[in-house]
Design a binder for this molecule. Sequence first.
Ligand code: CTP
Length: 400
Amino acid sequence: MQAKKKILLGISGGIAAYKSLLLIRLFVKNNYEVKVVVTKNALEFVTPLSIETLSKNKVYKDVFESTGEYSTDHISLTDECDTFVVAPATANVIGKFANGIADDALSTSFLAFNKPVLIAPAMNSKMYEHKSVQENMQKLKNQGVEFIEPNSGELACGYDGKGRMSEPEEIFQKTESMLKGENTSLVGKKIMITAGPTYESIDPVRFIGNYSSGKMGYAIADEFAKKGAEVILISGPVAIESPAGVYRKNITSAEQMFHECVRWMPEMDVVVMAAAVADYRPKSSAEQKIKKTDPQMDLPLVKTVDILSHLGTMKSEKQILCGFALETENEIANATKKLHNKNLDIIVLNSLNDQGAGFAHDTNKISIIDSDEKIKEFELKSKNEVAQDIVLHIVEKMKL
Ligand code: CTP
C-alpha cells in the first residue's frame, strides 16, 4: 500500500476558517494525512478541539511549547509534509509570507517549506484589491507559490465583491492536481465562452439563423476546462455534445444570449465571444404561422444588441475580452477596427478567403491581433489545435 500523502494545512484568522474544517474532512476522507498549523487569530474562529478531532492530529499553534522549550515541530512538519495549503490566508499572512517575516508558527513554517504551496486568500474586497496585497501576491507567484483566487459574492463584512474564500471542494481539487503534477494554471479561473448560432424568430415555425456549427467555441471551452478552469458555455442551438466538466447554458436568440452574458460577466476572468450572433432580427415575431397569401413578402428587420460591444463597456482592467471577426475583405484593418471599437484585448480573425477556414469546416486558419496591434498568424489547423493556440495566447496574457 502506498504511504499516505501528507498535507500541511495553515489556517489564519478569518471567518472563512470555518470552511477549513470542511477542507480537513475532505482531505481525511480521501486518505490524506493532515497536519494543521494555525495562527492565534485563527483560534478566535475555530477551536483546537474541532481541528484535532477532524484531523486526528495535534494542532500546531506556537513555536514555543507551554514548557517554555523551543520546539522544532515547524521544521519537522515542513520536512514530512508533501504540500502546504494555507486556507484562509488573510492579507496580513500574505504580507508576512511575501516579506520573509517569521513571527509565529504559520509564517515560520512557510519559510521552512520548500515544496509546493497553495494559498487561498480570503478578505474584504477592498483589501483584496489593494495594491500592497496585489503586489505581495505577485511576489509570491513569482516565487512559484500557487494561488486559488477568491470568489465574488456576499462577504461576511456585508460587502458584495471579490474576497470570499474558494470553496473547500475547489481547494481540495487544486491540491490534488498539484500533487499529481497536473497543469493547474487555470484552476479557480472563471471563463465564459459563447458558441454556435442564434435563431431569431419569424413566427412559431420559422427563424433567421446561420451556418455556425459551434465547433470552434466548443473546442475552446474544452481546452480551458482541460487546464482546470471553471467554464461556462453559453450556447446557441448546435448538434454537438458538451465538453466534459463544462457548465452549459442553452439559449436560442441574441437577446437571450445577451442576458446570460451580462449576468455572468462580472465574475469572469476571461470571456471569449465565439458565437455567430445574428446582427438583425425580425422587428416582431408573428404569434401564428404566417400564411403564404401575398405574392411577395417584406420582413422588416431591426438590429440586435451587439453583445461583445456591451461586454466591452462592462470590462474591468483585470478581465480579458476576446472577440472573433469573420471578414471577406480588408481583413486585418477591419478586425483591428472592431478590436478597438469594442474595447477588446484580443480579436481572432478568420478570413473566408482562406481555403478550409470558416463555418462548415473542421479546420480553421486564424490570425490573432492584440490591443497593441501585434499580429500573430497561424497555419491551417484542426479546430482543436486552433483552440489550443487561442487558449495558450490568452493564458500568456493572463500573466498568472
Ligand atoms: N457579436 C456580438 N453581438 C452581435 C454580433 C456580433 O457579440 N450582435 C460578436 C461576435 O460573437 C464576434 C464579434 O462580435 O465575436 C464580431 O462579429 P462580426 O459579426 O464579425 O462583426 P460585427 O461587429 O457584427 O460587424 P460586421 O457584421 O459589420 O462585420
